[in-house]
Design a protein around this ligand. Structure first.
Ligand code: RTP
Length: 155
């Protein structure tokens, strides 16, 4: 049961409006699938200001906050819940650094962007934050709980 709960870790990954505009949704989903993670939630919508101000609540005092919220409202985003071993940390590492200049080729940001303001994707920075963000962006019945039978030896 220790192993079960470890593999049940979940994170919130979001393709930002620039990633959607540039047709990167499929590539990003594919990276998580191929790595071995399980897709538990998936939806698209243009987020409200209220939701974005809650999501970026810890950045409210930053000078870039208004621009960040406006950019995030500029078009639809794709929200995802991914599940599996160490998925919060692994997800951050697959995304790359916030600053694309520090992002290594091979990461999503390292492969696809050069601008901090348009860095393609978001990933939760801790297990606690992940659980909060999943609650913000998904209703309970929009997050699936199912067994991956093809990987029954792993999961
Ligand atoms: P994210 O939440 O989007 O995954 O990004 P993060 O944790 O790596 O970085 P965070 O500090 O939470 O910043 C959130 C987003 O704000 C934009 N940003 N712009 N112009 C700037 O100095 C600046 N700093 C951050 C980025 O788009 C970042 O992803």
């Amino acid at each position: 049961s220790g192993a079960m709960s470890k593999n049940a870790e979940r994170t919130y990954i979001m393709v930002k409006p620039d990633g959607v505009q540039r047709g990167l949704v499929g590539n990003i989903i594919s990276r998580f699938e191929k790595r071995g993670y399980q897709l538990c939630g998936l939806k698209m919508r243009t987020a409200s200001r209220e939701l974005l101000e809650e999501h970026y609540g810890d950045l409210k005092s930053k000078p870039f906050f208004p621009g960040l919220v406006n950019f995030m409202m500029s078009g639809p985003v794709v929200s995802m819940v991914w599940q599996g071993k160490d998925v919060v940390k692994q997800g951050r590492s697959m995304l790359g650094e916030t600053d694309p200049l520090k992002s290594k080729p091979g990461s999503i940001r390292g492969d696809f962007c050069i601008d901090m303001g348009k860095n393609v994707c978001h990933g939760s920075d801790s297990v606690d934050t992940a659980n909060e963000e999943i609650k913000m962006w998904f209703k309970d019945d929009e997050v699936m709980d199912y067994k991956l039978t093809a990987y029954k030896d792993i999961y």
